[in-house]
Design a protein around this ligand. Structure first.
Ligand SMILES: [Zn+2]
Length: 208
């Protein structure tokens, strides 16, 4: 049963749940707190994803389950039942978990951890691409005459030659899943380019 509570918390987004039950968060994710009277300033903050909520007026807070339990006047387990129904989560609240339920839960877990690995890879490559872009940008700014080009390091030259590509890959990583996958398929080439530009720059600044 503890697993079911956790799964409800992890799978439901606080903002989506609040909207479903009739709340309209403002741009900063605040709503008027329904749990203390006269909240004119909207002091209840809905946090992104599974991080729940907190009211800065009455100091109450918790998970989506606590929110629904308080809002609808339900016991926590009934709030879980209600969310399971309203969001078609298909969790085995009132029957013992079957082998199929466990398999489905394990699969959801695997998908989510693969996605986390992917996000970590994407964010780190994006940081490296931005660093490559800055190498090119700084090098170009340092050029006062065309002949200064000869004084650039091989890494700076490489960064300048590939600045358009670097910027293209960085944009793609911030784009649709399809664009991100295109970078992923070419990751060897992209990562090698980053390493050639950044490692060299790194060595140069180390010895400077
Ligand atoms: Zn409150």
């Amino acid at each position: 049963m503890a697993d079911i509570f956790r799964e409800v918390r992890e799978r439901l987004d606080m903002d989506t749940v609040a909207r479903h039950y009739g709340y309209q968060p403002n741009r900063a994710g605040f709503i008027h707190c329904p749990f203390h009277p006269g909240d004119r300033t909207a002091s209840l903050k809905l946090y992104p994803g599974s991080r729940g909520w907190h009211c800065f007026g009455c100091n109450r807070g918790g998970s989506v389950i606590d929110f629904v339990a308080l809002d609808l006047g339900l016991a926590p387990l009934d709030a879980v039942r209600r969310l399971n129904e309203d969001f078609s989560l298909g969790l085995p609240v009132d029957r013992p978990a079957t082998a199929a339920d466990r398999k489905a839960a394990a699969h959801r877990k695997a998908v989510s951890s693969t996605y986390q690995d992917f996000s970590a890879w994407r964010d780190s490559l994006c940081t490296r691409l931005n660093a490559c872009f800055r190498v090119a940008h700084t090098a170009l700014l340092s050029l006062e005459a065309p002949e200064d080009f000869d004084q650039l390091t091989p890494a700076q030259v490489l960064a300048i030659q590939n600045q358009a590509a670097v910027s293209f890959w960085a944009d793609a990583l911030g784009g649709s899943m399809e664009d991100q996958m295109a970078v992923f398929r070419n990751r060897k080439e992209v990562e090698q380019l980053c390493s050639r530009i950044l490692n060299d720059t790194q060595r140069k600044s180390d010895t400077a």
